[in-house]
Design a binder for this molecule. Sequence first.
Ligand code: EPZ
Length: 417
Amino acid sequence: MSGLRITGGRALSGKIHVQGAKNSVLPIMAASILSGGETVIKNCPDLTDVDAALRILRHLGCRAEYSRGTAYVDSSAMTRCDIPDCLMREMRSSVIFLGAILARCGEAKLSMPGGCELGPRPIDLHLLAMERLGASIEESGGNIILRAPALVGGRIDLTFPSVGATENAMLAASAARGVTLITNAAREPEILDLGGYLRSIGVRVAGDGTSTVTVEGGGSLGSAEHTIIPDRIAAATWVAAVTAAGGELTLEGACQRDLEAVLRVFGQMGVELDWQGNELSVRSPELLRPPRTVTTRPYPGFPTDAQPPLMASALRAQGISVFVETIFENRFRHVPELRRMGAEIKVDGRVAITEGPVRLHGAVTAAPDLRGGAALIVAALSARGESIITGVHHIDRGYENIAEALRSVGAQAERID
Ligand code: EPZ
């Protein structure tokens, strides 16, 4: 198992390129099987989750390659419609392939995605959406088998704006005859990016990025080239890093609109933020104000994925900060690890309260999940002395070449086995 050794107390400086969005490239890689054509995906981040998706595509019979920031998929020779347990276990978000496999093959077989580090991860809304489009669902031996000889457009009312369920609905609707209406759809920027890809292969999609999405499916679909949007959560993580460590960073290729809710909070904390086109310069203040109360919400609210790194940076703030996590049941697993570094944090259910400023000290900590690991990196950068973060495989799922990236902005960081 790999670890990260970070010696804190050094201000950050320089420029960091914001990687392509993990949560955009995964559904688009799933969508690449819809047309039976070729897809070139540019600005594709080099992540273990991307590698897992490539292996799923190859398992399905597609040609799927990745080289220097570009993924290439040829789904013409797709032969299978199942995702085996080992691949499902490796990446829980593999469920995003459900709608596209069903659309392409008329059948889909996945092993039941278990929970994950964030708590139970039901897929009831995904299955509801598939049923609304005419699929039958059978559960046997830990597998879900969906069959839909002919998908027909219909109305899908989501009781929660689930990102994955919205994406699966859009993907299955791409092959459904007639018009599909998705209400209470997720509005995340990644949905808009998926909509852009679907339009480029010939699907008639409208309203993506709003609460009501319509998809007119059943037409012939073609090949496409697509450039992935910047990763707003990776950008938020770098803002948290320089806020905690001190110094000034320039984020290259960030998207101002996607970061509004995140930057509003850092601005309240006294972080200086200046945009020059798609470059954002971030300067950390000597005296950091607490972000007061931060409640995670579906987009355009404050994103749940940015809560852990924000919390770590808020430990340097002068005062009390309250974090209310409304999206996932179990998203404070970074708190015990931060306490090992000297943090004062109280947790009661979905509410965490931090009191600062705290001068963190280095410690051996374990990344509990992807964004919890990001929080430990942020804390280690501001801590006095050396920290060792184990379980870096969690971090590699969502952050490109993390040790090199940290060193490139002046941090003392190295990967250790
Ligand atoms: C996506 O997960 C992201 N993952 C998550 O990012 C992100 O935290 C989440 O959206 C919220 O923004 C990818 O895009 C690959 P949801 P997803 O369906 O689609 C409940 C990261 O760190 N729910 O919007 O799984 C669910 O239990 C990851 O990059 C149901 O009840 O999120 C959760 O409480 C973590 N039934 C809430 O909705 C369902 O059928 C949000 O889930 C589906 C979801």
